[in-house]
Design a protein around this ligand. Structure first.
Ligand SMILES: *[C@@H]1O[C@H](CO)[C@@H](O)[C@H](O)[C@H]1NC(C)=O
Ligand SMILES: *[C@@H]1O[C@H](CO)[C@@H](O)[C@H](O)[C@H]1NC(C)=O
Ligand SMILES: *[C@@H]1O[C@H](CO)[C@@H](O)[C@H](O)[C@H]1NC(C)=O
Ligand SMILES: *[C@@H]1O[C@H](CO)[C@@H](O)[C@H](O)[C@H]1NC(C)=O
Ligand SMILES: *[C@@H]1O[C@H](CO)[C@@H](O)[C@H](O)[C@H]1NC(C)=O
Length: 757
């Protein structure tokens, strides 16, 4: 199954066969002797620096059980990490891990988790134009290397042509494990890290990082695909396809395997990150994740910390487990956490009912010659069989749906396209797919196997009411093709994961939203099985799609501001984000009500404004150490993340709110005061004045209220105090507001989320 737009991050552990086996099917005794893949963190040896990789590897080997023969040690040791953590991945039994714990320098070991993977119109939608402005000023990302950790790539796709591309910068040290002719000045590196294959074939085995399901090809081309003329998907969205940073280089690290290709073992992810840091990438793009864990147990948080220490920007998907609160992946403050929103393009399919009512929905499969004459309409749930409304396998057995239009409900863990397959197999003529309540007005344009339309929950209720109001309900579907200009866009997709952050509630997450619904990008194979078709594209949805948009934007910013730190780039993206939609109203969510701050973060990315933010909130990598100590982590846990020995008692701890972050997430009980330092990256001489929109029930005081600059890179510090208002106002739940530093030329906005305690 190639087309799985919304992968549920929450169920990931269920897909890990090894862990499932260990916990379900084996007795205690075999569990103790079963070999599992462990991630092992160790301290560097005291008083010794390991100059050579060989020294490092033998230091790691000294932690392996003494009884193992040296030939076996080779097999047990899966990866010896050099750059992104101090430690290794190895196959070990629980008993062996226990005895390892006694050794000096041991920090922690845990069985690896399996993470999951979570155009062309979007550059224009984001205000990027060929002839003028930021796209041109940033040279389309020229000279920047984007590393993509995903399911590999289909190298011969025209989106990865290197026409007009210069050779990679001299610092590039990576390699290409395809045939040499498959890599070029666009696709400069491609490697695969597959622990399962490695364990089978021995450590020398390399395999080409070919993309088997399309996800990796799609995300890579979204970040940095070349201009490709005459792109379309099944006749829709015709135009030129292009990534966000079309002149940036791509380095591919395949870390996801299996069928459907979205099993991403932590040991492989770490190995991919280790190589990417070594190779010299500038931006890392990870459209994969898992539900929240503390940062010391979070592979991507740990690997990314080493990346930002080297000045590498890290952009990650926020997760597809919305619209429910507290469902984020990739929450570390040194990562850009990207939620998903719609663009102003729809693939229209309108249901017309027998009473004349027309209800707009979407489908990528446009059947323009579907008859406009009315057909009988039935509700799949009418049989009364449990869950038959969900149109799962066998749900329609015994029902007469031949030649009829069938109304199915979304959900139940059954794919949207599979539901259409069930209707088709039962002889149905077409499907109307209605949302679950939680998905509200958020619909998807899917490649359905029969004429179909996906409609909102409210529309579904209307159709149900119509069906029960008449003896002979009738309907048809009118296919209207690609429609551009939806004024309510961007709105937050229902699936986009929401804050608050569980790992660090004092940091507002997600950071930003960007295009992630019905995104057109490169695809390895034709959707219509037309083997003549060379440049094939697909349209899919997910935070997996919004993440590479932001990776591309980070590459553009890196190209135009080579000396900005990852935190400065992130600040620029966040403080300039849009909070209004195309018709100038507040950005809404799937309920069509103004979206919560835990859905949007700072707002919708505005790349051109991000290029010129005026002020930035900068953070040095070492600044995160007092923050991590302040989270209450033990010395060893902090050491694992920053991979050096840290004693929190010797460092000043700070509360989360004191990290120099461009946004605020405050829990109010008692009043709190935080300081922030801004750096002038705008005009030499400038004066800013603060404007405050306090969250209801909260007094916000900023001191001083004016900031003056007379130099570039000059810093200024202010304090912001939060307290409950004395009378009236909210005292429970959450509230939101913001502060803005405004000069004649710039507005620098920081959102504020308050939870009352
Ligand atoms: C972190 O990982 C350790 C080692 O596996 C485990 O014992 C602990 O429960 C984990 N902590 C959390 C909060 O996930
Ligand atoms: C490299 O080329 C050879 C010969 O054309 C072919 O058999 C092989 O599959 C190619 N390998 C890759 C990784 O494309
Ligand atoms: C119906 O579907 C729900 C999930 O939507 C599931 O929890 C439940 O077990 C199903 N019931 C039956 C009888 O299959
Ligand atoms: C493409 O081919 C596969 C396998 O033969 C088939 O199942 C599928 O329906 C075909 N798709 C289209 C759009 O014809
Ligand atoms: C979840 O979000 C809704 C909508 O903003 C809010 O009303 C509710 O209080 C939130 N719940 C939690 C636990 O944060």
């Amino acid at each position: 199954m190639a087309i799985i737009p919304l992968l549920l991050l929450i169920f990931m552990l269920n897909f890990c066969p090894e862990i499932a086996q260990a916990t379900q099917h084996t007795t205690k005794i075999t569990e103790k002797t079963t070999l599992l893949n462990y991630i092992v963190h160790v301290a560097k040896p005291e008083g010794r620096t390991l100059a050579e990789f060989e020294d490092l590897e033998s230091w790691y080997q000294s932690f392996l059980p003494v009884s193992t023969a040296s030939s076996e040690k080779q097999q047990r040791m899966l990866y010896a990490y050099q750059n992104v953590m101090s430690g290794f991945a190895a196959r070990l039994t629980q008993e062996e891990v226990k005895s390892m714990e006694e050794k000096d320098g041991f920090l922690s070991a845990r069985p690896e988790r399996i993470l999951h993977l979570q155009t062309t119109h979007t550059p224009r939608f984001l205000g990027l134009h060929h002839e003028l402005g930021f796209w041109k000023e940033s040279n389309f990302g020229k000279g920047v290397i984007i590393g993509v950790l995903d399911g590999g790539i289909f190298p011969s796709h025209p989106s990865f042509s290197d026409e007009g591309m210069p050779p990679p910068p001299a610092k590039w040290k990576g390699r290409c494990d395809f045939n040499a002719s498959d890599c070029n000045n666009k696709l400069i590196g491609a490697r695969s890290f597959n622990i399962a294959a490695k364990a089978k074939k021995g450590s020398a085995a390399t395999e080409p990082p070919i993309d088997v399901d399309g996800h990796g090809t799609h995300t890579a081309s979204t970040a940095a695909g070349a201009f490709v003329k005459d792109a379309e998907v099944l006749g829709n969205a015709r135009g030129t396809a292009v990534g966000i940073a079309p002149h940036a280089h791509l380095a591919i690290y395949k870390v996801c395997f299996g069928d459907p290709g979205d099993d991403c073992p932590e040991s492989d992810i770490l190995a991919g990150l280790d190589a990417a840091v070594q190779d010299g990438v500038d931006v890392l793009s990870l459209s994969l994740g898992e539900d929240s864990v503390p940062f010391f147990n979070d592979t991507i948080a740990i690997g990314s910390f080493a990346a930002i220490q080297k000045g590498i920007f890290v952009s990650c998907s926020a997760g597809n487990s919305g619209p429910f609160n507290g469902t984020l992946s990739n929450e570390a403050p040194w990562i850009l956490t990207v939620g998903a929103s719609t663009v102003d393009r729809r693939f229209s399919a309108t249901a017309r009912l027998g009473n004349g009512e027309q209800i707009d929905g979407e489908s990528l499969s446009q059947h323009s010659n579907f008859p406009s004459t009315l057909l009988p309409l039935v509700y799949a749930g009418m049989s009364g069989k449990p869950n038959s409304s969900l149109c799962g396998e066998g749900a329609l057995e015994g029902m007469d749906v031949k030649g009829k239009i069938v109304l199915c409900e979304r959900g139940g863990g059954i794919g949207r396209i599979a539901k259409g397959g069930e209707v088709k197999n039962a002889g149905g003529a077409a499907m109307i797919l209605m949302n679950e309540e939680a998905d509200g007005f958020s619909t998807n344009a899917d490649v359905h196997v029969l004429p179909a339309t996906h409609v909102s929950f409210a529309a579904g209720l209307k159709i149900k009411a119509y069906i029960s109001s008449t003896q002979a309900p009738m309907a048809t579907i009118l296919f209207k093709g690609t429609i551009i200009g939806d004024p309510s866009s961007p709105f937050v997709a229902s699936f986009s994961s929401r804050g608050p952050s569980l790992a660090s509630p004092g940091i507002l997450k997600p950071d930003i939203i960007g295009p992630g619904v019905s995104i057109l990008a490169a695809w390895p194979f034709p959707l219509d099985n037309n083997t003549n078709s060379k440049s094939t594209f697909n349209i899919i949805s997910g935070t997996s799609m919004s993440c590479p948009h932001l990776s591309g934007i980070a590459a553009l910013l890196k190209s135009s501001h080579p000396y900005w730190s990852p935190a400065a780039i992130k600040s620029a993206i966040m403080t300039t984000a849009d909070t209004l939609n195309m018709e100038g109203k507040l950005i809404v969510d799937q309920t069509l009500q103004p979206a919560d701050i835990f859905a949007t973060g700072a707002g919708h990315v505005n790349p051109s404004r991000a290029n010129n933010p005026g002020l930035v909130y900068d953070i040095q990598p070492d600044d995160y150490i007092p923050y991590l100590c302040g989270l209450g982590y033990a010395d060893n846990e902090v050491s694992i993340i920053v991979h050096e020995q840290v004693k929190c008692s010797e460092k000043p701890s700070i509360p989360e709110g004191e990290l120099n972050y461009p946004s605020f997430a405050v829990t109010l009980g008692p009043s709190q005061t935080f300081t922030r330092t801004v750096t002038n990256v705008g005009d030499v001489n400038s004066a800013y004045e603060v404007a405050i929109v306090s969250p209801p029930g909260v007094d916000v005081t900023v001191k001083p209220s004016k900031l003056y600059f007379s130099k570039v890179n000059q810093k200024a510090t202010y304090s912001v105090a939060f307290s409950r208002t004395e009378y009236g106002g909210k005292t429970s739940g959450t509230a939101q507001g913001y502060i803005v530093w405004a000069s004649a030329k710039y507005t620098v906005r920081s959102p504020i989320a308050v939870s009352f305690k």
